[in-house]
Every structure is written in C-alpha cells, then in structure tokens.
Design a protein around this ligand. Structure first.
Ligand code: NDP
Length: 450
C-alpha cells in the first residue's frame, strides 16, 4: 500500500477536529505533532498502515465525573472532574491534575496528548495522561480545599493505581492538594500505596528535588541548548512568566547560573525589577502567604507592578521563559520579544507559545526549547519518586538532582539528533515530537492492534 504522508496527516487532522469539536487546544497540539511527523511517516508508512497514527490521536479512555462539595458556609457546589488516560504503550499512565476554572475536556486532552511524547522523551517507562477539575482554588480555605480533594478522589480512586495510572500536580495542585488526595485514597483503599501519586510530602513517600524539578530541569535544558551554540546564561537578562511552582524554581536556578530574572507575573499582572527578582521574597509571598504577586513591591522599592500579564513580553530580555499557562505567547508577543533582542526561549509551561508565535521564533533563529522536552524534568522526577517508592527507600537531594540533570542533557541530545536525522537541524519542536513519537510508535507496533 502506498500512502502519501502529507495529505494523510491533513485528512487525519480534519477527522480529529470533527471527532473532538470545540476543543481548539487539542486541535492545536495535534496539528503541531502531525506536521512534524510527516518526514517520519514518509520513511515509515507502516505507522499509517497499522493504524498507529489514528490510535495515537485517540485517548485510550476518558473519564468525566461529578465532584460535589460543601463550602464553609454550608452551601453545596458541583464541579466537573476529568481524567484522560491517553496512551499506556510504554508504561502506566502518568500526568498531573489541574484545578483551574478554565479546565474542560479539550484542555485535559491537549495536556494528556503532549504528555505521551514528553514522558517518552524522559527515557523512563511512563505512559501519558492528564486530569483535573474546573474548580478554582483561589480564595478557598484549607478546609474547602480538603473537602474538594476528598470528593474528587472518592471517584478518581477507581481509575488509578501504582501500576495503572499515577497522577501528580499541575496548575492549582501542589503539595497541600496531593496530601489531601493521598489521605483519601489511603482511607478508601485501606492500603498504603505510596506510588499511586507523586509530588507527595517527604514524610509519606515524596522525593527530594521533586518540588524544584520542573524549574531546575528547564534551566538544565536551556543551559545545554545554549552551550551547544557557545552561549551561557551568565550575565543574561531573563523574563519568567507565572510565579508558581515552575517559575519559582526556574528563577532559583537561573540565579545559580549567574543570570538575572528581571520580571515575573501572575494572571493579574507582572512585576519588573531591573535589579533582579529575589527568590526568597517570591517564595514567601507565593508559597507561604499564598498572596498575589503585586505584594512584591512592598518589599522591594526598585520593583514596579503593572496590570495585565501579557505586558511582561514587552520588556527587553536575552532569554524568555514562559512558565504560566497555554498560549500565553502569541505572534504579536513573539515579534515583540524578537524585536527587543530575545535570543532564547525555553517553555516551562505546557504549550505556552501558540503556532504562529512558534513560527516567529523558528524563522528568526531564536533558540527554542519546546515544552515537551524543556519541562519534562518534573515528570521525570515523578518517575524517580515512583522508583524510590517501589524500592521503599529515599535518595538524597544531590542524587535525584544529578539524575534529573543527566535526563535533561539526554533529552536535549536526543531531541537535537532526531531533528538533524530528518533534515530539520535546530528545529527542536520537530525533534521532540519525532524522538518522543518513535519509541511509542515502535512499542504500539510490537503490542499489535489493541
Ligand atoms: P502553579 O499553579 O504553581 O502556578 C501557575 C502560575 O501561572 C501562577 O502564577 C498563575 O497565576 C499563572 N497562571 C495560571 N493560569 C494562568 C492564566 N490563564 N493566565 C495567566 N497566568 C496564569 O502551576 P505550575 O507552576 O505547576 O504550572 C505552570 C505551568 O507549567 C503549567 O502550564 C503546567 O502545565 C506546566 N508544568 C508544570 C509541571 C509541574 O511539575 N508543576 C510540570 C510540567 C509542566 P495565578 O496565581 O494568578 O493564577
């Protein structure tokens, strides 16, 4: 059978749109991957003939459930919970939970789809999934968060397990939420299955370096990407969007490499401090006090606060690290960054640059580290947490950090080599999609039509 890969991918993409109507984020993620895979499919028509391509864009299982809970005033609320188990070819499903009012099936599906390739890139045996709820944790008391997490887990527990599906954190889900989720799982199952969730507290099976892993991993990746061009982070001005888990630890590592982070943001606005943002103040405001980013200017008079989060991309910089959410850099912001001298972009968030923005960076020779590769350090360290749980022992911070660094260096190597092998040198977007895809596709082939 002879199949022309380009029209095949265009047709498959149309079928994905039809079958998953009104899910633009999922369409966008699929489009990028299918376009990158055309040269691979030209060499491997068997991936088309064996139905691998149709299977890879269709989740193995999608679960949608009701999450009722009672607030402190006694009022009942009903949210919607999701778990999309996308692909388990190379290992148990693995991927975070997001609690944010914008969550709907299309967001969870795009995140689950990307997770398949990202997890493959880590070199560890983990499949791809994602979950969450349209619940807004902002302004909720600890007790409200706890009741919500307990209700969420009362349904989710049936679908997860340390050899089946292992959720973790994402936007709105950190150590506090993972603790409540784990407590409820343990109670319902009457079993101490530490490996069922990752991102746990250290006293009940968590791994040192997990909290830091996505941010640190991002900087290890960016450092590797720059080193290959004879560049370094030292002395560079850096913008980081967001001020959550990924942003805080990216900032910490940039400073360790001698760079200066001049701005961070939240969904309300951004702070700019040409003298450099202090990580200790940021941790106090965001991790301890759970306050908004504008509080920062009370501690540092050289800093200014500006309403509106996208304005951060108008500040001149050498390196931009989007670490907040999807589609935060569009074509206009990308053009602005390039015009202002930005030479390097590392995606800490998932799909933070839209397709037009990505094109601007690639066309202008910006070193561009795509999310699937650049932010894979979080899930890689989650897999290291699972290993420690299975062995019932705990590695030191230095041991986990060294493994994380090795993994990120390898991801960079594999991604750049895959791009080069298909005549797309320096296009790490294509390289990450190709390297992540091939391992999963070969495994699916080995498993037969299942
Ligand atoms: P957090 O909840 O800790 O922080 C999220 C940050 O992004 C906050 O500053 C938040 O601001 C901001 N943000 C969220 N939504 C929006 C929005 N719609 N517009 C503008 N700003 C927004 O999440 P994480 O740091 O864990 O996650 C950040 C990104 O990194 C996400 O894309 C996530 O999928 C990705 N990621 C996370 C990993 C992890 O290990 N945690 C692993 C790999 C990827 P505000 O407080 O105002 O909402």
């Amino acid at each position: 059978m002879s199949i022309n890969a380009k029209p095949y991918c265009a047709d498959l993409y149309q079928r994905v749109i039809k079958r998953n109507a009104n899910e633009p984020e999922f369409h966008q993620a699929v489009k990028e991957v299918l376009e990158s895979l055309i040269p691979v499919l030209e060499k491997h028509p068997d991936y088309i003939e064996l139905g691998i391509m149709e299977s890879i864009v269709e989740p193995e299982r999608q679960i949608i459930f009701r999450v009722p809970w009672v607030d402190d005033a006694g009022s009942v609320h009903v949210n919607r919970g999701f778990r999309v188990q996308f692909n388990s070819a190379i290992g148990p499903y693995k991927g975070g939970l997001r609690f944010h009012p914008s969550v709907y099936i299309g967001i969870i599906k795009f995140l689950g789809f990307e997770q398949v390739f990202k997890n493959s890139l880590t070199g560890l045996p983990i499949g791809g999934a994602k979950g969450g709820a349209d619940f807004d944790p902002k302004g909720k008391s600890d007790m409200e968060i706890m009741r919500f997490c307990q209700s969420f887990m009362t349904e989710l527990y049936r679908h997860i397990g340390h050899d089946m599906d292992v959720p973790a954190g994402d936007i709105g889900v950190g150590a506090r939420e993972i603790g409540y989720l784990f407590g409820q799982y343990k109670k319902i199952k009457n079993a101490y299955e530490a490996g069922v969730l990752t991102g746990k507290g250290l006293s009940y099976g968590g791994s040192l370096t997990r909290k830091e892993a996505t941010g640190y991993g991002l900087i290890y990746f960016v450092n590797e990407m720059m080193k290959a061009r004879g560049l370094s982070i030292e002395g560079k001005n850096v913008l980081i969007s967001g001020s959550g888990n990924v942003a805080i630890y990216a900032l910490e590592k940039v400073r360790q490499y001698g760079g200066r982070v001049v701005a961070v943001s939240d969904s309300g606005g951004y702070i700019h401090d040409p003298c450099g943002i202090q990580v200790s103040t940021l941790k106090q405001i965001k991790e301890v006090n759970r306050q908004r980013i504008f509080e920062y200017v009370k501690y540092h008079p050289t800093a200014t606060y500006h309403e509106g989060c996208s304005g951060i991309w108008t500040i001149p910089c050498d390196i931009a690290l989007p670490c907040a959410t999807q589609n935060e850099i569009d074509e206009k912001s990308a053009n602005m960054l390039v015009a202002n001298g930005c030479k390097v972009v590392g995606e800490g968030a998932n799909m933070p640059t839209d397709l037009a923005g990505t094109k601007v960076f690639l066309d202008n020779g910006v070193l561009f580290g795509p999310a699937k590769a650049a932010n894979a350090g979080g899930v890689a360290t989650s897999a290291l947490e699972m290993s420690q749980n299975s062995m019932r022992l705990a590695w030191t911070f230095e041991e986990v950090d060294a493994r994380l660094k090795d993994i990120m260096v390898n991801i960079y190597k594999n991604t750049s080599q895959a791009a080069e092998a298909y005549g797309l040198k320096d296009n790490l977007v294509a390289g990450a999609n190709i390297a992540g895809f091939k391992k999963v596709a070969e495994t699916m082939k080995a498993h037969g039509v299942v």
